[in-house]
Design a binder for this molecule. Structure first.
Ligand code: SAM
Length: 218
């Protein structure tokens, strides 16, 4: 559904449903996702959560000891909801910024790690070029040697790896893990459509790809 790449769609959706919602998997309940993040990301690392929406990922990582977390989303409504939530929780020191994943307003190499759950999928619904632009920006703002990109989707490797393993992105696949889908998946038809590959979405598993930035082209 091309609307998943539209800011207005997400503003309307978050206005209609302001409750916290996590696509695919939650950090607090998916051990494999949590373990991969703990393995690749240091607690003091600068971490960008791209297309954060109303996800609880940042709060749950903060509770786990990560201290430099930045949420970014194109939806002003989502960012305001996160600001209000963090304020109610006593003023969590997590930065929420309105911005476009295809044109990030950060300097090269600003982040040690970037995590995406569902945002690349949303952009791919509209246009493959939008997905390519987002990946190029993620590669640019990742630390140039060893920076880590964690991507969670329901798109299986045969469909997603050709996109991720583009030499221009200057990263290498470190790990792929198939994550069992939670028993209760809300918004399933929406999540399937947002996989961005039509019926290429995997009905049985979610997929986590961990990529590590390399200094040189490979
Ligand atoms: C499928 S939701 C995933 C939300 C969250 N990451 C999660 O795991 O629950 C996609 C998110 O991407 C955001 N988004 C869509 N296009 C974007 C863009 N160009 N730049 C930044 N965020 C975008 C939407 O507002 C929405 O919050």
């Amino acid at each position: 559904m091309a609307r998943y790449a539209e800011k207005h769609y997400w503003d309307e959706r978050y206005t209609y449903d302001p409750e916290p919602f996590d696509w695919f998997q939650r950090y607090s309940t998916c051990g494999a996702f949590r373990d991969a993040v703990r393995e690749c990301v240091k607690k003091s690392d600068q971490v960008l959560l791209v297309g954060a929406g109303t996800s609880r990922l940042a709060e749950e990582m903060y509770a786990d000891g990560f201290s430099n977390l930045f949420n970014l989303d194109i939806s002003r409504v989502a960012c305001k909801l996160l600001d209000e939530r963090y304020e109610r929780a006593g003023g969590l020191p997590i930065d929420n910024r309105v911005g476009d994943a295809q044109a990030l307003s950060f300097n090269d190499g600003s982040f040690d790690a970037i995590i995406d759950k569902g945002t690349l999928d949303a952009l791919l619904c509209a246009d493959p070029a939008a997905g390519h632009a987002m990946l190029a920006e993620i590669s640019r703002v990742l630390r140039s040697s060893g920076g880590c990109f964690v991507h969670v989707t329901d798109c299986p490797p045969d469909k997603r790896l050709p996109l991720l393993q583009n030499a221009r992105l200057r990263w290498k696949l470190h790990r792929h893990v198939a994550l069992p889908r939670p028993l209760l998946v809300h918004h399933l038809p929406v999540a399937k459509a947002a996989a961005g590959d039509g019926d290429g979405a995997d009905a049985a598993s979610h997929h986590m790809y961990v990529l590590k930035r390399t200094a040189a082209l490979h």
